[in-house]
Write a protein that binds this ligand. Structure first.
Ligand SMILES: [Zn+2]
Ligand SMILES: [Zn+2]
Length: 292
């Protein structure tokens, strides 16, 4: 969906002067009715590093217009597909999750007239403004071609507050990784999925999501083998032992899809996850898609 100028003008009037927060009633009005809406999840990148054609870093696409993270997996979309991205939700500012965002806004400068809306918590927005879109590593695309019609716009989100993106309901929850990191619970009218981003042990997230009857899939980090337990804990990632322990009380009906496996250690991590587990775990693959 490319928003019309009238919608942009309405949003512009309502945006927060510091970060451009919008009132989502306006977006809902632009979308029309979404009764019975289904959604498609496409895995564009899910590896814990590069090294081979399937090792693309974190990027999930919902329908044609929404991304969750924008790692190197975003490079699998062609220019026409990139031009249909209107919304990008960021879990945290590590490069394997945001490198593609820098190239996306640059590529779209000449391809489209609409703004790409980027959503993250205050801490994440502050970090991306300070360290990436700072005119040193990359231009500040919130000011070009001009501040009224920028290539991208920040939207500060709050943990626990649900956003309605044309019938796709997106709720961020806090996870232990970098300061302000988010997991995203996403659903339309049917079932939905939880995408954790990178995370270490976060019992509050599982306690909350265990109550969510529409949750059918979880895409969760398990970066390291059990031999690297200390490194996993220090860097706020899971290894098989800590992931099994964190999710042991989640309903058996929820399928756990593992992502962010370190290159070269994929098989060993999955073997370790199968030992002593009270549920199956499966590694998600680049190019897989799911309907909800
Ligand atoms: Zn990370
Ligand atoms: Zn990562």
């Amino acid at each position: 969906m490319i928003w019309s100028n009238s919608v942009y003008n309405a949003l512009k009037k309502q945006r927060d002067p510091a970060y451009g927060s919008i009132i989502f009633d306006t977006l809902a009005a632009a979308c029309g009715t979404n009764t019975g809406r289904r959604m498609k999840l496409q895995v564009l990148g899910c590896a814990g590093g590069i090294g081979g054609h399937e090792r693309l870093t974190t990027c999930l696409q919902v329908d044609e217009d929404i991304l969750f993270d924008a790692g190197t997996g975003l490079s699998s979309l062609d220019i026409e597909q990139l031009a249909r991205i209107d919304h990008v939700f960021i879990t945290h500012p590590h490069l394997d999750h945001v490198a593609g965002l820098a190239f996306l806004v640059d590529a779209m400068m000449v391809k489209r007239t609409g703004t790409i809306n980027v959503y993250a918590t205050q801490q994440i927005v502050d970090a991306l403004k300070k360290y990436l879109f700072n005119w040193v590593l990359w231009p500040d695309f919130t000011t070009i071609p001009d501040v009224d019609t920028p290539a991208m716009r920040w939207h500060v989100i709050a943990h626990g507050a649900t956003l309605d993106i044309c019938g796709r309901m997106v709720t961020p929850y806090p996870v232990n990784h970098t300061d302000g990191s988010s997991a995203y619970w996403v659903h339309a009218n049917g079932d939905g999925f939880l995408f954790t981003g990178d995370m270490g042990s976060t019992p509050d997230l599982w306690a909350r999501m265990a109550q969510e009857k529409r949750l059918t899939k979880v895409i969760v980090d398990c970066s390291f083998t059990n031999a690297d337990l200390d490194l996993a804990n220090k860097s706020f990632h899971f290894c098989p032992q800590t992931l099994q322990n964190d999710v042991r009380n989640m309903p058996a009906s929820v399928e756990f899809l593992i992502y962010h496996l370190k290159p070269g250690q994929e098989d060993l991590i999955m073997q370790e996850l199968a030992v002593g587990a009270n549920r199956p775990f499966r590694a998600v693959r680049c190019g897989e898609s799911f309907q909800f």
